[in-house]
Design a protein around this ligand. Structure first.
Ligand SMILES: [Zn+2]
Ligand SMILES: [Zn+2]
Ligand SMILES: [Zn+2]
Length: 133
Protein backbone atom coordinates (compact mmCIF):
# COMPACT_ATOMS: atom_id res chain seq x y z
CA UNK A 1 0.00 0.00 0.00
CA UNK A 2 1.14 3.52 -0.68
CA UNK A 3 1.88 5.92 2.18
CA UNK A 4 -1.28 7.88 1.46
CA UNK A 5 -3.41 4.73 1.62
CA UNK A 6 -1.75 3.63 4.87
CA UNK A 7 -2.23 7.08 6.40
CA UNK A 8 -5.87 7.16 5.33
CA UNK A 9 -6.53 3.72 6.81
CA UNK A 10 -4.78 4.68 10.07
CA UNK A 11 -7.00 7.78 10.36
CA UNK A 12 -10.16 5.74 9.82
CA UNK A 13 -9.03 3.16 12.38
CA UNK A 14 -8.16 5.79 14.98
CA UNK A 15 -11.39 7.69 14.55
CA UNK A 16 -14.13 6.84 16.99
CA UNK A 17 -16.76 7.74 14.41
CA UNK A 18 -17.37 7.76 10.66
CA UNK A 19 -15.46 10.48 8.83
CA UNK A 20 -16.29 12.35 5.65
CA UNK A 21 -13.49 12.90 3.12
CA UNK A 22 -13.03 16.49 4.31
CA UNK A 23 -12.42 15.28 7.88
CA UNK A 24 -9.85 12.75 6.64
CA UNK A 25 -8.16 15.47 4.63
CA UNK A 26 -8.06 17.71 7.71
CA UNK A 27 -6.37 14.99 9.78
CA UNK A 28 -3.95 13.76 7.15
CA UNK A 29 -2.07 17.05 7.07
CA UNK A 30 0.13 18.36 4.30
CA UNK A 31 1.25 15.01 2.89
CA UNK A 32 -1.76 14.41 0.66
CA UNK A 33 -4.04 16.51 -1.46
CA UNK A 34 -7.77 16.07 -1.84
CA UNK A 35 -7.57 13.91 -4.97
CA UNK A 36 -5.15 11.51 -3.26
CA UNK A 37 -7.41 11.24 -0.23
CA UNK A 38 -10.46 10.48 -2.40
CA UNK A 39 -8.48 7.90 -4.37
CA UNK A 40 -7.17 6.29 -1.17
CA UNK A 41 -10.68 6.06 0.31
CA UNK A 42 -11.92 4.50 -2.91
CA UNK A 43 -9.05 2.00 -2.90
CA UNK A 44 -9.66 1.00 0.73
CA UNK A 45 -13.35 0.50 0.07
CA UNK A 46 -12.72 -1.55 -3.10
CA UNK A 47 -10.41 -3.80 -1.12
CA UNK A 48 -12.76 -4.33 1.79
CA UNK A 49 -10.73 -2.30 4.28
CA UNK A 50 -13.23 0.53 4.54
CA UNK A 51 -16.96 0.87 4.35
CA UNK A 52 -18.97 3.94 3.49
CA UNK A 53 -22.52 5.22 3.62
CA UNK A 54 -24.26 8.38 2.55
CA UNK A 55 -25.97 10.18 5.38
CA UNK A 56 -28.41 13.01 5.11
CA UNK A 57 -28.66 15.45 7.99
CA UNK A 58 -30.99 18.45 7.79
CA UNK A 59 -28.30 20.71 9.25
CA UNK A 60 -25.13 19.79 7.39
CA UNK A 61 -26.52 18.17 4.28
CA UNK A 62 -25.72 14.97 2.46
CA UNK A 63 -22.24 13.54 2.81
CA UNK A 64 -20.49 10.21 2.34
CA UNK A 65 -18.90 8.88 5.53
CA UNK A 66 -16.17 6.28 5.79
CA UNK A 67 -15.28 3.80 8.50
CA UNK A 68 -12.55 1.17 8.78
CA UNK A 69 -13.76 -2.41 8.49
CA UNK A 70 -12.49 -4.86 11.13
CA UNK A 71 -12.19 -8.08 9.15
CA UNK A 72 -14.27 -10.53 7.23
CA UNK A 73 -16.49 -12.64 9.43
CA UNK A 74 -18.38 -15.54 7.84
CA UNK A 75 -18.11 -13.87 4.46
CA UNK A 76 -19.61 -10.65 5.74
CA UNK A 77 -17.58 -7.52 6.24
CA UNK A 78 -17.17 -6.75 9.92
CA UNK A 79 -18.95 -3.46 9.62
CA UNK A 80 -20.81 -1.61 12.34
CA UNK A 81 -24.03 0.29 12.26
CA UNK A 82 -24.21 3.86 13.43
CA UNK A 83 -26.62 6.28 15.00
CA UNK A 84 -26.39 9.97 14.14
CA UNK A 85 -27.77 12.55 16.57
CA UNK A 86 -29.77 15.28 14.83
CA UNK A 87 -29.03 17.72 17.62
CA UNK A 88 -25.33 17.41 18.52
CA UNK A 89 -24.32 15.66 15.23
CA UNK A 90 -22.23 13.02 16.94
CA UNK A 91 -22.17 9.41 15.84
CA UNK A 92 -22.87 6.57 18.25
CA UNK A 93 -21.42 3.16 17.46
CA UNK A 94 -24.25 0.63 17.66
CA UNK A 95 -21.80 -2.25 17.35
CA UNK A 96 -21.38 -5.14 14.97
CA UNK A 97 -23.89 -5.73 12.23
CA UNK A 98 -26.71 -7.89 13.56
CA UNK A 99 -28.51 -8.38 10.27
CA UNK A 100 -27.07 -11.71 9.13
CA UNK A 101 -30.24 -13.66 9.90
CA UNK A 102 -32.40 -11.09 8.16
CA UNK A 103 -30.14 -11.05 5.09
CA UNK A 104 -30.07 -14.86 4.94
CA UNK A 105 -33.88 -14.80 5.00
CA UNK A 106 -34.02 -12.36 2.05
CA UNK A 107 -31.53 -14.49 0.12
CA UNK A 108 -33.55 -17.65 0.64
CA UNK A 109 -36.91 -16.01 -0.11
CA UNK A 110 -35.79 -14.25 -3.29
CA UNK A 111 -32.94 -16.47 -4.56
CA UNK A 112 -30.54 -13.55 -4.41
CA UNK A 113 -27.01 -13.12 -3.10
CA UNK A 114 -26.68 -10.03 -0.96
CA UNK A 115 -23.19 -8.54 -1.03
CA UNK A 116 -23.69 -5.36 0.93
CA UNK A 117 -26.26 -3.21 2.63
CA UNK A 118 -26.43 0.25 4.11
CA UNK A 119 -28.32 1.09 7.26
CA UNK A 120 -27.96 3.96 9.66
CA UNK A 121 -30.22 5.47 12.26
CA UNK A 122 -30.86 9.10 13.08
CA UNK A 123 -32.59 10.64 16.07
CA UNK A 124 -31.72 12.22 19.39
CA UNK A 125 -28.97 10.84 21.61
CA UNK A 126 -29.26 10.27 25.36
CA UNK A 127 -27.35 13.46 26.25
CA UNK A 128 -29.51 15.65 24.04
CA UNK A 129 -32.73 14.09 25.39
CA UNK A 130 -31.70 15.08 28.93
CA UNK A 131 -30.93 18.62 27.83
CA UNK A 132 -34.30 18.89 26.09
CA UNK A 133 -36.29 18.33 29.28
ZN1 LIG B 1 -26.94 14.47 20.68
ZN1 LIG C 1 -25.88 16.00 11.68
ZN1 LIG D 1 -24.89 -4.37 8.54
Amino acid sequence: MTKARQATLAILRDAQEPLCAAAVLERIGVCCDQVTVYRSLHFLEENGLADSFILHCAEHGTERYYTAVDSLKDGYSGHHHWFHCEMCHRFLDLGDCQLHTLVAGYEAAHQITVKSHTLYFTGICADCQIQGH
